[in-house]
Unconditional design. Structure first.
Length: 265
């Protein structure tokens, strides 16, 4: 038997096994119970419109403020890490390694409960979310931006300097615009990660008007004893993340991207 024949036989056996497993599961599953648990129409109808007007909107807002803060801080950290001044590089490196190594959960707990206890300093919900998501996200964003800056051809910098541009003007008007064109795909992926990390906001003790999707689904789960609210919350997350994923793929095909060391969680 030739190599191609063996390969076709192997694929056929695997497909056959998958079909057998699917048929067995279909016969053994309690579809009535699954329908009541996941697709309870009555429970699902009660989630609207609040799951959209409150939970989905809050998730988007929390993600947006966290990403905006993380992007701004990430640019500063990336420039510090590329600086010729040693202390700037050391501070940026220490920060990046610290917040890439810490779980976002601990950062939320520290800012939501630790800081108020230790310093009698309280933030509102939006400031806490912005700082928590931004501090963690900026460490990853900084490495992505750094890699993007280093991917810009040195000839671009030399040409700008030969025209009399200062180093700061060269960075702002020549290097950073080209770097951001390169790193748009990984930045979009970071936005997706922050969207999912926004589910940690539930730790902060939210009012009903501040619920995001995860907290909203969990509260409804406890109330109705049904997984339908969790399914609806998950679908709402997909409404955000799938278009962003497609956008990331589109940008990567159009502009290309960079892979950064440790840039994934």
């Amino acid at each position: 038997m030739g190599r191609r024949q063996r390969a076709r036989l192997s694929r056929g056996i695997q497909y056959g096994l998958l079909v057998v497993v699917a048929v067995v599961l279909a016969f053994l599953a309690d579809w009535g119970q699954i329908g009541r648990a996941f697709f309870n129409i009555e429970v699902g109808a009660k989630q609207f419109p609040d799951v959209i007007t409150t939970a989905l909107v809050n998730t988007i807002v929390y993600t947006a403020v966290g990403f905006a803060f993380g992007l701004g801080l990430g640019i500063v950290l990336a420039l510090m890490k590329l600086s010729s001044v040693g202390p700037y590089r050391w501070i940026a490196t220490a920060y990046i390694e610290l917040f890439r190594g810490l779980p976002a959960l601990l950062v939320f707990i520290a800012l939501g409960f630790g800081v108020p206890i230790a310093f009698q300093l309280r933030f509102d919900i939006y400031s806490t979310v912005m700082l928590s998501l931004g501090l963690v996200g900026s460490a990853y964003i900084a490495e992505t931006i750094r890699a993007g800056i280093q991917a810009v051809p040195k000839g671009q910098v030399e040409a700008a300097r030969s025209l009399g541009m200062s180093p700061a003007r060269t960075m702002l008007t020549v290097v950073l615009p080209q770097a951001f064109r390169i790193i748009l795909p990984p930045l979009t992926n970071e936005l997706i990660l922050l969207t999912k990390d926004s589910s940690l906001v539930y730790l902060l003790g939210l009012t009903s008007e501040q619920y995001e999707l995860a907290k909203f689904g969990r509260g409804a789960l406890n109330q109705y004893q049904s997984l339908t609210p969790i399914l609806i919350a998950g679908l709402c997350y997909l409404v955000i993340t799938i278009p962003l994923s497609r956008l990331s793929d589109l940008l990567e095909r159009k502009y290309g991207g960079v892979r950064t060391k440790g840039a994934t969680k």
